[in-house]
Design a protein around this ligand. Structure first.
Ligand code: SAM
Length: 284
């Protein structure tokens, strides 16, 4: 019989967040695959867990993954832990889970801490619809592409960021998205946990004056499409009607369609546009 792969969440700061189930499973499995064995040994020592450990990380995930799958097929039960939080969330894990499913190995997840979810619920921003973007790519082109897509995102956006890159990210977000509500959640579950409800512009000023420290999650308001539409309507209403019509007619649009487009831009019924055009041409 093949063994089971257990994805075992570990605390993101506060050791009391270790679950009873995770402790039992970590004691009972044959092997613990850890992202950084030097880091995980501290956790295991604290809880007096003496299960053998091996490393499984970003740079050995393919070769080591094959090896672990072999051991699972031989009937060994394996728990996967990462440095902190839920394996598979911006941590190695995804690849091993994929391999396990492909070989028909049972995978189960032991829930626990996850910085993204913890930050979202603390943020005070809408939680019903959100998207998790993890870390923005460091590659310039990819980063631009992701920011371009996120610009139009209406759901609350959750991002991970390292303190030394926080200022640059805030600056880019402000440039790309304009000012928006933001909650910066730092040091979750730790003694100095802070929930800073602010805006992109204010956060930029704050962290320029106060060096960013500690792990953080950015929770950003999605775009308010209603407000964008209203602003666009206000802008169009400042344009004379004839000029607005010309904008579409010059693109080869038939008169009727142009009136429809103009009405939509200005947020008024088409018949109003028709009546106003008639008045302006002196025919009414
Ligand atoms: N797997 C982890 C999870 O479930 O949250 C995430 C690992 S990812 C490599 C590390 C990032 O998570 C950090 O850069 C930070 O953005 C966020 N993070 C982890 N622990 C945190 C904490 N205690 N407070 C705030 N952010 C944290």
């Amino acid at each position: 019989m093949a063994g089971i792969l257990y994805l075992c969440a570990t605390p993101i700061g506060n050791l009391e967040d270790m679950t009873l189930r995770a402790l039992r499973v970590l004691k009972e499995v044959d092997l613990i695959a850890a992202e950084d064995t030097r880091n995980s040994i501290k956790l295991l020592n604290h809880f007096e867990i003496h299960t053998p450990m091996t490393s499984y990380h970003e740079h050995n995930k393919f070769e080591k993954g094959q090896l672990l799958i072999g051991q699972l097929l031989d009937g060994k039960n394996i728990a996967l832990v990462t440095d902190a939080g839920t394996p598979g969330i911006s941590d190695p894990g995804e690849e091993l889970v994929r391999m396990a499913h492909e070989t028909g190995i049972t995978v189960t997840a032991l829930p626990g801490a996850c910085a993204a979810v913890n930050a979202l619920v603390l943020s005070g921003l809408p939680t019903r619809r959100f998207c998790f973007e993890a870390f923005l790519p460091t590659d310039k082109k990819e980063r631009r592409q992701v920011l371009e897509e996120l610009k139009r995102e209406t759901r609350t956006i959750v991002l991970y960021e390292a303190p030394h890159r926080l200022l640059r990210t805030l600056q880019e977000l402000l440039e790309e998205f304009g000012n928006r509500s933001l909650t910066v959640v730092r040091e979750l579950t730790k003694k100095h946990e802070t929930v800073f409800r602010t805006t992109l512009a204010k956060a930029l000023v704050h962290y320029t004056e106060n060096e960013p420290k500690g792990e953080c999650v950015l929770v950003l308001e999605g775009i308010d499409m209603e407000a964008v539409r209203e602003k666009q309507q206000q802008d169009w209403l400042l344009v004379p009607l004839e000029e607005h019509m010309e904008h579409y007619l010059s693109q080869g649009m038939p008169q009727k369609d142009a009136m429809k487009a103009v009405a939509a831009d200005r947020g008024v019924p088409k018949r109003e546009i028709y009546a106003q055009l008639l008045r302006e041409s002196g025919k009414s």
